[in-house]
Design a protein around this ligand. Structure first.
Ligand SMILES: NC(=O)c1ccc[n+]([C@@H]2O[C@H](COP(=O)([O-])OP(=O)(O)OC[C@H]3O[C@@H](n4cnc5c(N)ncnc54)[C@H](OP(=O)(O)O)[C@@H]3O)[C@@H](O)[C@H]2O)c1
Length: 217
């Protein structure tokens, strides 16, 4: 696939910066988005490769793929802020609907999932995909190989395919997880992984889908 410009909205944070770094190392052009252009520029400077910093709306404008990497509490407002830039673009929502303090307990929103909540906000403007719910940001921020598959959800198979290519550029395995409605399963699983981390003192539990090519490697 051609390497499009990717915007990472909330790319100053844990997950967004880690994704931006891996994409930049893979040779992609990355725009970090933030509520503050100064913060975005500082984050971009700390990363290798072709990475620039912008306010969120500016970062999203003209980027072929827009990743949303902000906390659940900031999801709706941030989407509204970048709405004009989303027409026809692939929007990858990474939001897990964690509601502190009980983050190790599944608490899906009334819409069914954070991804479906995003659909209510963006409507049919963007080609909505959700992914990255189960991979720990601190693992992504390192160069180590990560024992976690990335399930990719969305109602358009070709949009999912593009996001799987992005996931694979980052050195991870991406798998089609089916319709956007299925995102609820991966979002809920994150609270289970957080529980497992605590219960078994695991440094970032992940998921592996077995029975698929190279699944057990
Ligand atoms: N961390 C993980 O391991 C992980 C793994 C899988 C999925 N996720 C999901 O990825 C998303 C981001 O997680 P994270 O840990 O990277 O979050 P984070 O570091 O706490 O925040 C990411 C960015 O969101 C922006 N933000 C924070 N609070 C905001 C607010 N109230 N209003 C608007 N923007 C705000 C900030 O950017 P600016 O201040 O620069 O605007 C911040 O740098 C979450 O939905 C999380 O569930 C995280």
């Amino acid at each position: 696939m051609s390497r499009e410009v990717v915007a990472v909205i909330g790319g100053t944070g844990q997950l967004g910066a880690a994704i931006a770094r891996r994409l930049a190392i893979a040779g992609w052009t990355v725009r970090i988005g933030s509520r503050s252009s100064e913060s975005a520029q500082a984050a971009a400077k700390s990363l290798p490769g072709d990475v620039t910093g912008h306010e969120n709306l500016e970062a999203a404008t003209g980027s072929g793929i827009v990743l949303l990497t902000v906390p659940f509490a900031a999801q709706a407002q941030t989407l509204r802020d970048i709405l004009p830039a989303l027409v026809g673009q692939i929007l990858v929502d990474t939001t897990v609907p964690l509601v502190p303090p009980k983050v190790a307990r599944v608490q899906l929103p009334p819409e069914g999932s954070a991804a479906e909540r995003a659909r209510h906000i963006v409507g049919e403007r963007a080609r909505l995909v959700s992914a990255f719910h189960n991979v720990a940001a601190h693992k992504l921020a390192s160069d180590e190989e990560i024992a976690c598959d990335v399930l990719v959800f969305g109602d358009e198979a070709d949009a999912r395919e593009k996001v799987i290519a992005l996931v694979e550029a980052m050195g991870l395995r991406g798998l089609h997880g089916g319709a956007l409605a299925n995102s609820a399963a991966a979002e809920a699983l994150t609270s289970v992984l957080i529980f497992l981390n605590k219960a078994y003192k695991i440094d970032g539990a992940g998921i592996r889908i077995t029975g698929t090519p190279a699944a057990d490697g």
